[in-house]
Ligand binder design. Structure first.
Ligand code: ADP
Ligand code: MG
Length: 362
């Protein structure tokens, strides 16, 4: 028996750094993802290889975080094995081959695509009853947080597991409710512009932003910034903490407004909210970089409804919603404009909401 797990990457339309603040986000799953082919056998380890990264040493089924943990990319697989076993699933040994069309470090969540594809394959091969989507997302997050050591929220895994064609997902990270918002692009175009300035997630900045948010919530006497009212940031003592809090508080409000705008097909309003979100990430949360700011501004100059950085920040991808005519100009003229300004030449792909993760036996 061979099992195949598939899981897509994602692009977040709006709602950045809100997931670990119990807030809201509005992502879509992409039409591209990762595949994990798994041939179970009687073995106490999993021999894993990646089309992109090559072969790795076999992962012992009894692997655990800490000293002796598997390092590098196989750590994502090992983390899934560990977290799944912790959940009580009997993971079989065998051989696994991974292949992914999600670019690494572009802010499209290649890591969650790998985790969710691996989990889908392992669960299907285990014969156990599949955990529900949200539980699976938590298992993947545990693998990434506790095994790999990247302190990321649940956005990426929820998007990959719940994705649906032509649907954006309004995620509430407190209740973990998933509201499906129909996304009919009509003649409008959604573009993912890869700045080719890869981010460094596990790097200290992400953790530093998380700590600032926790400090702000504590100072305001709240369990999370989700509960902060409009303007609450003025009650924090430190100017930097106040700006970090203002981003999260205003971003949550923008996500809800954007979901309404999308539901009523109001792309002009949706685009305005994207631009406000970008400015908030640039000025208050300070997670953009010059190449990204330039791309977002240029896209709007070419007539986009809106543009904003997507993903954790410090590089990665700009998501753009544009009328068809503006999209054509962006595709043909923007890369050269960005290059002439001294930044790497970006690559552009049209994207639309795609289906979520699944497993099949072959
Ligand atoms: P992203 O924003 O793309 O998720 P991360 O830093 O969170 O960036 O995750 C990228 C990491 O995921 C890579 O460094 C690698 O360890 C792992 N990864 C992603 N795609 C693959 C792949 N095709 N094969 C092996 N490992 C992969
Ligand atoms: Mg990631």
């Amino acid at each position: 028996m061979t099992v195949r797990g598939y899981a897509p990457g994602r692009i977040n339309l709006i709602g950045e750094h809100t997931d670990y603040n119990d807030g809201y986000a509005l992502p879509i799953a992409l039409g591209v993802g990762a595949t994990a082919r798994f041939d179970p056998s009687i073995s106490d380890s999993i021999a894993v290889s990646s089309r992109e990264e090559g072969a790795a040493a076999a992962i012992p089924l009894d692997t655990s975080p800490g000293t002796g943990a598997v390092r590098g990319w196989p750590g994502y697989v090992a983390g899934c094995v560990w977290a799944l076993r912790e959940h009580g699933v009997r993971v079989p040994g065998g051989a696994m081959t991974i292949a992914s069309d999600v670019p690494v470090g572009a802010g499209l969540s290649s890591s969650a695509a790998i985790e969710c594809a691996v989990l889908e394959a392992l669960v299907a091969a285990s014969g156990s009853e599949a955990p529900d989507r949200t539980t699976l997302a938590r298992i993947a997050q545990r693998a990434e947080n506790e095994y790999v050591g990247a302190p990321t929220g649940l956005l990426d895994q929820m998007s990959s597991l719940y994705g649906e064609q032509d649907t954006a997902l309004l995620l509430d990270f407190r209740s973990l409710a998933v509201d499906r918002v129909p996304m009919n692009l009509g003649t409008a175009v959604l573009l993912a512009i890869d700045s080719r300035t890869p981010h460094q997630h596990a790097g200290g900045e992400y953790g530093a932003r998380r700590r600032s948010c926790e400090a702000a919530a504590a100072e305001l006497g709240l369990s999370s910034l989700r509960d902060a009212s409009d303007g609450a940031w003025t009650r924090t003592d430190d100017a930097v903490t106040a700006r970090r809090a203002r981003h999260v508080i205003t971003e949550n409000a923008r996500v809800l407004a954007a979901a309404d705008a999308l539901a009523s097909g109001d792309f002009t309003r949706f685009g305005e909210l994207m631009v406000e979100s970008h400015h908030s990430m640039r000025d208050d949360f300070e997670i953009t970089v010059p190449a990204i700011d330039f791309i977002a501004d240029e896209a709007c100059r070419f007539g986009a409804y809106g543009a904003r950085m997507t993903g954790g920040g410090f590089g990665g991808t700009v998501v753009v919603l544009a009328p068809a005519s503006a999209a054509e100009r962006i595709v043909s003229e923007l890369p050269e404009a960005v290059h002439s300004a001294g930044h790497p030449r970006p690559s552009i792909a049209a994207v639309r909401p795609g289906g979520g993760a699944f497993a099949e036996k072959t």
